[in-house]
Write a protein that binds this ligand. Structure first.
Ligand code: ADP
Ligand code: MG
Length: 414
């Protein structure tokens, strides 16, 4: 402290060293004792930068708790929800182990990333998103084919991680425990469904790129966000504790599984075509995915396979009404704000489900159908001065009549 300072003045107030009691120096600059005192008060008043949330401890929910939560949002998919609940529980147990024993424990739990197969609109994205919510970790979703198209086949793993980092408010300590959902993974198979049609021309290279981050590596990610940082920043992100979930529809996978199983299984499942199809789908093995065109190293890194099944009519009815944010609940709420009571009759719901089923896009079709029916009601509701009751019946869904509107008058409806 008493060594003569090479810097002669305080860089803040400009006083020479000879006029102050002390001059703190460092990194080519100096500050005097008066300024330290003065700025201490100012510092205390500065808005706090949100602290990174490094977790010392993860409260890992039990698989049954995770599943219960998934049940609140997602209809059916019992097998997939169970598989995911166990896999996610194990993953965060592993994270917890690493946090508690950073020097290494005697038994190392290996990382298990997840592959989700299931037709469009069966709940893949919904489940991945809900898992991140249950665990309260950052989440990012990328569509790998879209990314490849945008970048002319040169998918940079960095781009995927950047999304996660953004959603983690640029806190690598939070992002490293996040969940990344990589969609349309089936589209980068390098050959399709055992036929001689070649799949995505970038497929193999894309799989290799993804492999690196999925396995676990330290990436240097360049962040350019003028609102947050004056200059581009390079943030290091270790991916070894990120949970990667890859998903895809895998059209044609059923035939591959069926071929492997042979005719024997066909015989005793023939009683019900839908049950037979589901049973076959649930028996997927890694070798079927190799057949589909995923490379062995990639399949090897996705040891957990969760199979989602096409939703049937009953499940589509349930999807309309039961989940926490079910479509029907949303419309009821919206209209209640306008003093309008909304009712869907059971046969109207069934008709909606049956129309959706024909579109073969799973629960995804429901929204468009309901929106079309509700358009006029939503348009007119805010105009009504009396409380009204709107009933959506089967003929309404069939487009034969307009929604049934009853006005509440004194002493009842008319
Ligand atoms: N099993 C399900 N239960 C309830 N809603 C579902 C289910 N599957 C899909 N949906 C709804 O359908 C829409 C599309 O679902 P999404 O998860 O994106 O399907 P996928 O990713 O399998 O194509 C979403 O609005 C979602 O809430
Ligand atoms: Mg999806």
């Amino acid at each position: 402290m008493n060594e003569p300072s090479p810097i002669a003045n305080c860089n803040f107030c400009g006083k020479p060293a000879t006029e102050v009691t002390g001059l703190l120096t460092g990194n080519g600059a100096a500050i005097c004792n008066d300024c330290v005192t003065r700025y201490q008060a100012t510092l205390a008043q500065l808005p706090r930068v949100p602290a990174p949330r490094p977790r010392e401890q993860f409260v890992v929910p039990r698989p049954a708790e995770i599943k219960q939560h998934l049940d609140l949002y997602c209809v059916g998919q019992e097998q997939a929800k169970k598989t995911l609940a166990v896999a996610v529980h194990n993953h965060y147990k592993r994270v917890q182990q690493i946090l508690q024993h950073p020097e290494g424990d005697d038994v190392q739990i290996e990382k298990s990333n997840i592959l989700m197969t299931g037709p469009t609109g069966s709940g893949k994205t919904l489940l991945a998103r809900t898992l991140a919510k249950v665990l309260d970790v950052p989440f990012a979703m990328v569509d790998v084919t879209m990314l490849a198209e945008e970048m002319g086949g040169q998918v940079d793993a960095e781009m995927i991680l950047l999304r996660l980092l953004q959603n983690a408010d640029y806190q690598p300590e939070a992002a490293r425990h996040g969940i990344v959902y990589i969609d349309e993974i089936d589209k980068i198979a390098h050959q399709m469904a055992g036929s001689d049609i070649t799949g995505n021309r970038y497929g193999k290279r894309l799989q290799q790129t993804l492999l690196k981050i999925i396995e676990g590596t330290v990436c240097r990610i360049t962040v350019q966000d003028e609102e947050r940082f004056p200059k581009p920043q390079v943030i290091r992100l270790d991916t070894s504790e990120i949970l990667f979930i890859c998903g895809g529809a895998f059209v044609g996978l059923e035939k591959i599984i069926q071929r492997r199983l042979g005719r024997s299984t066909l015989a005793h499942t023939q009683k019900n075509a839908i049950a037979a199809r589901d049973e076959i789908l649930l028996r997927v093995e890694p070798e079927d995915l190799l057949q589909f065109g995923l490379i062995p190293e990639f399949v090897g890194r996705l040891p957990v396979i969760a199979t989602l099944l096409p939703l049937d009519e009953n499940q589509l009815v349930a999807a309309l009404t039961e989940p926490k944010n079910a479509l029907v609940k949303q419309y009821v709420k919206l209209l209640a704000m306008e003093g309008v009571e909304l009712e869907f009759t059971p046969d109207a719901l069934r008709e909606l489900a049956s129309q959706a089923l024909l579109k073969e896009t799973g629960a995804r079709a429901l929204r468009g159908l309901v929106e079309r029916i509700m358009l006029d009601v939503m348009y007119e509701a805010p105009e009504s001065t009396n409380p009204v009751h709107v009933k959506i019946t089967r003929p309404v869904v069939e487009g034969k009549i307009k929604p049934v509107v009853q006005h509440h008058y004194w002493g009842g409806t008319s």
